[in-house]
Design a protein around this ligand. Structure first.
Ligand code: ACO
Length: 321
């Protein structure tokens, strides 16, 4: 049996930091409100010259170095991003050109929002498991600061910019054990970025993220609970078999309730939210990279990754690291 194994990870965060104290000067909010309701203390904001492409390149090069693999050995590039460089060519093709590796498939997943990394990882995993490719570069890269309305306190305090990358490669050793993807378009209006190409904007503020936060909060808690049950059942595992939860970083209260659901201590959860905010599809690979790099996640650990976002779309992966 062929598995895909995580061979290396990489991350990039822009230098500029916006603290909650800075946010207090931009909108009618307070540090205490943001921390209490979300767990966020600060977020990184891309400089003018930085884009989903430039950040993806930095994270990818680090991941390839970590994996000990050259660009020429990459068999597929998928970039999950809600904030692509252009509509097309894809950010993944632009990255491919920068890496000088024409030929392998390269594409973006633009529309699965914060669930994007789970979708991208699942697709790359299927190609590796089937024997079609031997390795893949899977990236989440976002400049969320360019799609939030900086006068809307209900959204602008939540998001940050950054990129995370993972190199996965074919292995006889267990790696990605299963992935589980879902979507439900009946919740289309709970979270959207409703800008339409070539059409008049029918929603006020359509260029910016629209979110009914409290509704999304409740939906997330329910769907993620069911997703964990499905993931464990598919692998015949118990909650106690999980060593690490690597969640999408949207809200500390959602993450705490997910840890509780899995009977995990919070020190078994990879968290970047306080320092990075919600970086959408970049948040899971960023959290994974941090916990691997600082030595908390070790080879052989059982990881449960989960993400959810606009669509609604959501997904999980169970991985023996
Ligand atoms: N500062 C101060 N007050 C605020 C702020 C702010 N930044 N934002 C909202 N408020 C106020 C509201 O106006 C409201 O005031 P009112 O009671 O006078 O009307 C009050 O705080 C409570 O608002 P709620 O929206 O009910 O607050 P809640 O506790 O639900 O927290 C939050 C809001 C943080 C957005 C939460 O609902 C949440 O995290 N939801 C999930 C978001 C999420 O998961 N996103 C992930 C997907 S992102 C993607 O896919 C791109």
């Amino acid at each position: 049996m062929i598995y895909s194994k995580i061979l290396g990870t990489g991350a990039y965060l822009p230098e500029k930091i916006l603290t909650n104290a800075d946010m207090e000067k931009i909108v009618d909010t307070t540090h205490d409100w943001i921390v209490e309701r979300t767990g966020i203390h600060q977020r990184h904001i891309a400089a003018e010259h930085e884009t989903a492409l430039t950040m993806a390149e930095k994270a990818s090069r680090q991941a390839m170095t970590d994996a000990g693999i050259t660009p020429a050995e990459i068999g597929m590039i998928i970039i999950a991003t809600t904030t692509p460089e252009k509509m097309f060519p894809s950010t993944a093709c632009l990255l491919q050109q920068r890496l000088g590796i024409a030929g392998c498939p390269a594409f973006d997943l633009n529309s699965t929002a914060c669930a994007g990394f789970m979708y991208a990882l699942s697709i790359a995993d299927q190609y590796i498991k089937s024997g079609a490719i031997k390795s893949a570069l899977v990236i989440g890269s976002e400049v969320m600061s360019r799609v939030v309305d900086w006068s809307d306190r209900t959204t602008c305090v939540l998001f940050g910019d950054g990129a995370g990358a993972v190199v996965i490669g074919a292995s006889q050793e267990p790696g990605v054990l299963s992935t589980h993807l879902h979507a439900d378009g009946t919740h289309k209006d709970v979270l959207s970025l409703p800008v339409s190409i070539g059409k008049p904007m029918d929603v006020e503020g359509a260029l910016y993220i629209q979110m009914t936060g409290n509704q999304l909060f409740k939906l997330a808690v329910n769907i993620l609970g069911d997703l964990f049950d499905e993931t464990l059942k598919a692998n015949g595992l118990k909650k106690s078999d999980i060593n690490w939860l690597v969640p999408h970083q949207a809200n500390i209260r959602i993450i705490q309730s997910m840890a509780k659901k899995l009977d995990l201590d919070m020190d078994q959860v990879a968290i970047t939210l306080p320092d990075q905010g919600n970086t959408s599809s970049a948040s899971i690979p960023l959290a994974l990279d941090k916990a691997i790099r600082d030595g908390r996640i070790k080879r052989g650990d059982m990881l449960l990754l989960e993400g959810f976002g606009g669509g609604l779309a959501w997904g999980s992966a169970l991985i023996k690291y």
